[in-house]
Design a protein around this ligand. Sequence first.
Ligand SMILES: [Mg+2]
Length: 243
Amino acid sequence: MNTLIPPRLKPAQTAFFLDFDGTLVPFDKPDINTPVVDDALRSLLEELRGRADGALALITGRTIEVLDSLFDPLALAAAGEHGGEWRQTPGFEVESITPPPGLAAAQQHCEAFAQAHPGTRFERKKLSMVIHFHEFPGLRDAAAEAAKLACVPGSGIRMLHARGMVEVKPVDASKGQAIERFMQSAPFAGRVPVFIGDDVTDEDGFIAVNAQGGISIKVGSGSSHARYRLADEDAVRGWLESL
Ligand SMILES: [Mg+2]
């Protein structure tokens, strides 16, 4: 894998947008549902946020509620459910888009699929859903087919492939839109946006920061719109610490 180390940045002029799984914590652990947020990571993000005058947000597929429980007692600006919900300022209310019309029916459909297919697991979120098949990659096509069937015209949802899972999420939400929303107001506005992510769902975010003259960084291998590369989450932490 080619790695193109991102340039040195001045945190005081930068807006940091960071994916979570596979970017700040390892993705491929058996305890994928309960990743450990260690004190070193809390300190790193808290210090970086301070040096960036508050312009740091996590951009994740998880819900903000789950993020808060993982990072407790540290609360961060965040967009959850791939941009479907967001909180600009820690301590303030979480805002969200209106749930898409086809959400409930799709959740029922995908849950029934998972129940009928041992090796898959259904995860229900407020605005989206996931069919996991991490240990059984042979179930990928069947899971994708089931998810696609749930995305009927007019449902307002679409399917995305991700590592070890397929995600079904609102058409009206993306990590790119989340970043654009943050960039419209303080403390993010007027800064150079940086987005670091590892998965297919992060590509919208890379496109958004590229369009704003920002720095897009892909973690790991695979084709990407990102202009820079870091090898893994240790490399991400090392690069952030170097700033
Ligand atoms: Mg990720």
